[in-house]
Ligand binder design. Structure first.
Ligand code: MV4
Length: 504
């Protein structure tokens, strides 16, 4: 059993894991690249070791160097976080071979779910619904794929077996464009994953993306912690997530039916520790397994907020051989949580990452607000890693309260030195379709093009009226008086000068 954990990651998730270890009395070892000498995870850990230059290929992806640090410091467990080495079965295996506990699933489950065609075949065999498509694994020839396409029908999607996250994905409307799109999908997949294999699925249009959190212990107890709504994405990057999903909300029967299928899919690969089953859900509530993420996810906090279960603590307990602390019937979703991913990016420059020195970072606080972050005032945002600055999470009793609370928190948020997508989140939270919960995976991209086309004058009078009533109700229920919510003070500089005067 371990009492010292190496965290093979950086940023907010490394901080999140260190905090859970600290609460459990476990020693922590951080690793860092040259760009991260001053990082928060380095400051918070009991020990920290430089593992290489800034590019992740030369640091956070260096398995041997990380294992060396673990051996040297006698850390007998490694938490991989998300990204980097989290879904590398060879890394999980290398840990096992070195007698180090990998805090996550077994290598066999990572590889079975990592190959999306194998994942499909495996869950089909377990009786889990998938979108109609190819069911063979391994390298399918173009000839076979063309024959399969005629059977499946159009429109369909070409997907990369090594993929996930939309890389190497192509929408095909008819057989004539298929050969060309097969070639481009294969070459994109080959470049991105070193594997050009593809498979086919019928295109499900206007679907929602809903995922279930899974936890499983060494005894094979497997539970789900309910769903997260993840339809709001841009270019396959999630932007805002909520739990529960407005599409499931109080349909407990539907939730349990999907949850049972999610558990079945996880059990099909003898799953251990935390994972996520992604589903596509169409407007008639048909749902289909898409893929499994064999890691802790960025958006795990919203599930923690509505279930009261600390997922990272649970991960550590499971890895130490303890039983799950909850049975399925004990898991209850209560209230509503929303997460906004605050990214350092420039909306006016094609959402390119915005780098630079964060001179001020003042976080929203108060009732129902949680911020997970790895940055602070004085931190330099470099171009080497992803653009996530923080995860702003709010919890309310109802969805309406969570929305109002998120708007309030976004107004309070002050970050100076880099551009962020805070204005984007504010505009989403004002959208009638978002407020009404009537959106699918096309919403974000459609909305932006619509706004341009119509000069921002998209109106849904009925939905707007319904929400006005909701807000009025919500506000009437509060005794506090509400100051007319003006526009966010967009001038950070004005705010900084006030702050400086206050601190003189
Ligand atoms: C789909 C789909 C429609 N039909 N599969 C995108 C990334 C990868 N995880 C799966 N994706 C999709 N697969 C079928 N058969 C639509 C998407 C999709 C999507 C899925 C989840 C969240 C956002 C999305 C945005 C565009 C397309």
């Amino acid at each position: 059993m371990f009492d010292k954990v190496l965290i093979a990651n950086r940023g907010e998730i490394a901080v999140r894991i260190i905090r859970a270890c600290r609460e459990l009395g476990l020693q922590t070892v951080a690793v860092f690249s040259e760009a991260d000498r001053n990082a928060l995870h380095v400051r918070l850990a009991d020990e920290a070791y430089l593992i290489g230059p800034s590019p992740s290929r030369e640091s956070y992806l260096q398995m041997e160097r990380i294992l060396d640090v673990a051996r040297k410091t006698k850390a007998s467990a490694i938490h991989p976080g998300y990204g980097f080495l989290a879904e590398r079965s060879d890394f999980a295996q290398a840990c096992e071979d070195s007698g180090i506990t990998f805090i996550g699933p077994r290598p066999s489950a990572i590889s079975a779910m990592g190959d999306k065609a194998t994942a499909r075949a495996t869950v089909i065999a377990a009786g889990v619904p998938v979108v109609p498509g190819t069911e063979d694994v391994g390298n399918l020839t173009n000839e076979k794929l063309l024959a399969a396409a005629r059977k499946i029908g159009f429109p369909l999607l070409i997907k990369a077996t090594a993929g996930g996250g939309g890389k190497g994905m192509r929408e095909v409307r008819n057989i004539d464009e298929m050969p060309h799109l097969l070639e481009s999908a294969r070459s994109e997949a080959l470049a991105a994953f070193g594997n050009g294999d593809v498979y086919l699925e019928k295109l499900v249009e206007g679907a929602r993306h809903i995922e279930f959190q899974i936890m499983a212990d060494m005894e094979g107890n497997t539970v789900h912690l309910g769903e997260r709504e993840c339809s709001l994405q841009r270019r396959h990057q999630k932007l805002l997530e909520e739990a529960p999903s407005p599409f499931i909300d109080d349909d407990e029967e539907f939730r349990q039916r999907m949850g049972e299928v999610a558990v079945k899919a996880a059990k099909a690969v003898n799953y251990l520790n935390a994972g996520t089953i992604e589903f596509l859900v169409d407007k008639d509530k048909n749902f289909y397994f898409l893929e499994m993420n064999t890691r802790l996810q960025v958006e795990h906090p919203i599930t923690e907020e509505v279930t009261g279960i600390d997922i990272v603590t649970e991960q550590l307990r499971i890895a130490r051989g303890r039983q799950l602390s909850v049975r399925q019937e004990d898991v209850k979703m209560q209230g509503w949580a929303i997460e906004c991913r605050i990214n350092a990016e420039d909306a006016h420059n094609n959402f390119l990452p915005s780098t630079g020195y964060i001179s001020h970072h003042v976080l929203p606080t108060g009732p129902g607000v949680r911020v997970d972050t790895g940055v602070f005032g004085g931190f330099q945002i470099t171009p080497y890693y992803d653009s996530l600055v923080s995860k702003l999470v709010v919890k309310g009793e109802s969805r309406a309260q969570a929305i109002l609370r998120m708007r309030r928190a976004l107004e309070e948020y002050r970050i100076v030195g880099v551009k962020t997508n805070i204005p984007f989140h504010q505009s989403i939270l004002e959208q009638a379709r978002f407020i009404a919960g009537k959106f699918d995976t096309r919403f974000v991209e459609e909305r932006f093009s619509l706004e341009e086309a119509e000069g921002g004058k998209e109106t849904h009078p009925e939905i707007a009226a319904i929400f006005a009533t909701l807000v009025a109700h919500e506000q009437a229920e509060r005794s506090a008086h509400i100051i007319s919510r003006g526009k966010r003070d967009t001038s950070n500089w004005k705010w900084v000068s006030r702050w400086e005067r206050m601190n003189r």
